[in-house]
Design a protein around this ligand. Structure first.
Ligand code: 5AD
Ligand code: SF4
Length: 477
């Protein structure tokens, strides 16, 4: 099959960072695409971070706008899109596996359109592999161009060729695109895209492009609309939300945005992810002063060893990280702090790993995503010598997780006997007649009830039991 290559990815081009001025594009639909999905169905697989979940909501919105209806059955859908993640090798392995299954199905159902979107197509190696060995994929879409979906689908149908459009440049900001949100009471709100940090292990600055912030007016308007639509909680999204506004004119920062969003009437504001170096006093003050900003923070530390942190290009030390944490705990004494940690970074010694364990104890994390370092082609760390065996890396991860799990349990124990406010998500998966939701501190809480009218409401629950992964309580009202 021939390919239409509208644009191919290049890690070298993605490395470039130009000056200010990324254009904001207002999404509009050309009338010729209006009904191309009429009578057809779609299914989107979403992998990876909340950024991908938010992107999938936009792709679903666009697909429904052009006539497609959602299907829960991928193997019988007319359009199947895999919104992929490239952050670690095992994320990619899973996706190649699903593609293998779709390949068989496509033989039986040749008019099925299969698209691959998200971070994997932004990698040169992955896209070359798709072009060489995965010929049944019809559409290759990068992270910057989901707004072109109607045209790309149209071209793929018309030409019966593979359509590849992956832009390596910084992309634009897409406003006004339709969205089908997964939840009716909790919403993702992108405030910025991309990352300029270039941590040496990380592929994101290449796959997601340069940092670019949405205009505050657009963000505030979106949140005001969510309040009108009955939403209770928003999570502000960005790879490094603390850098919000740096690329815009003026000196409006992330802290200012929190103060402004607090005035919209939304009940709960969360944000992720933060970079410890950029977490500033104003943001911390906003956490203390704004009623709607929840007392919970995810602050990835990655390592507790100064030399490894330097090799990771994280631009802070153990001491500096702890100074921020201690200041924030002064301002928000009941703060629930969580983090990300990588073990087995190239040549990490046992002593350096021990420093990570020390930091875990000092920071009293109440949860963490912990990872074994995964080599990402094209990043600086990929060519660093590494003498740590796989067995040793696994052993470090296990030892770290023992401490982290104690942190989870302690984070739940401190609420036993207290009444907490739970924003109800729905029925619990583990247990008949149980419902569940999250507290302000982001603690998953199960309680006895089968009253589905509680979904989307904030209810009072008295915590009776703490487990490692959740709390159990009794409904007060
Ligand atoms: N290997 C392992 N973990 C990684 N992360 C990012 N890149 C890698 C990698 N190459 C982790 C970091 C980051 C989280 C989203 O994923 O901890 O904070
Ligand atoms: Fe990756 Fe570092 Fe950017 Fe996070 S801050 S996305 S770890 S480069």
């Amino acid at each position: 099959m021939k390919n239409i290559k509208l644009a191919m990815p290049s890690l070298n081009a993605a490395r470039m960072r130009r000056g200010n001025g990324v254009p904001t594009i207002r999404y509009t639909l050309e009338s010729k695409y209006e009904n191309i999905g009429a009578g057809k169905t779609y299914h989107i697989f979403t992998y990876g971070c909340q950024g991908n979940e938010a992107d999938s909501e936009v792709m679903a919105g666009i697909l429904e706008q052009i006539g497609y209806t959602k299907s829960t059955d991928p193997m019988n859908s007319d359009v199947v899109i895999l919104n992929t993640c490239a952050i670690r090798e095992n994320a990619e392995q899973r996706i190649w596996g699903v593609l293998g299954q779709l390949k068989g199905r496509k033989r039986e159902k040749p008019d099925m359109l299969i698209g691959i979107a998200g971070c994997m197509p932004q990698e040169e190696n992955a896209t070359n592999k798709i072009l060489e060995s995965y010929n049944f994929i019809d559409l290759v879409i990068g992270t910057h161009n989901k707004g072109h979906l109607p045209k790309l689908i149209h071209d793929a149908y018309k030409s019966k060729m593979k359509v590849v459009e992956v832009l390596s440049c910084e992309g634009e900001i897409l406003e006004d695109a339709p969205k089908i949100r997964e939840s009716k009471h909790k919403a993702w709100v992108n405030i910025m895209f991309g990352c300029d940090e270039f941590c040496t292990y990380c592929i994101v600055p290449y796959t997601r492009g340069r940092e670019r912030s949405r205009a505050k007016e657009d963000i505030i308007a979106e949140v005001e609309q969510l309040v009108k639509d009955g939403y209770s909680e928003i999570t502000l999204l960005g790879q490094n939300v603390n850098a919000y506004g740096k690329d815009l004119e003026g000196d409006y920062t992330f802290g200012d945005l929190l103060y402004d969003l607090d005035k919209t009437g939304i009940k709960r504001i969360r944000y992720t992810t933060s970079h410890p170096r950029d977490l500033d006093e104003k943001t911390m003050m906003a956490m203390a002063e704004c009623k709607s900003v929840m007392p919970q923070l995810h602050l990835p530390v990655q390592s507790g060893d100064d030399y490894i942190l330097k090799k990771m290009n994280r631009k802070y030390t153990f001491e500096q990280y702890m100074t921020k944490v201690n200041r924030l705990k002064e301002l928000v004494p009941d703060l629930a702090l969580t983090t990300d940690i990588i073990v087995g970074f190239p040549n990490e010694t046992e002593e350096q790993f021990q420093n990570t364990l020390k930091l875990v104890q000092a920071a009293k994390f109440e949860g963490a995503f912990t990872f074994i370092y995964s080599k990402r082609e094209g990043t600086p760390a990929a060519i660093m010598p590494d003498d740590v065996s796989e067995a040793e890396k696994h052993d470090r991860l296990n030892r770290l997780n023992v401490l982290i799990n104690e942190g989870y349990l302690n984070g739940h124990k401190r609420f036993v006997g207290e009444v907490v406010e739970v924003l109800v998500d729905g029925q619990s998966k583990n247990g008949e007649g149980m419902m569940c939701g999250y507290t302000p501190h982001l603690k998953l809480t199960h309680f006895k009830s089968d009253d589905l009218s509680l979904v989307g409401k904030i209810v009072k629950v008295k915590v009776t039991e703490a487990k490692t992964w959740f709390m159990i309580g009794e409904l007060c009202e």
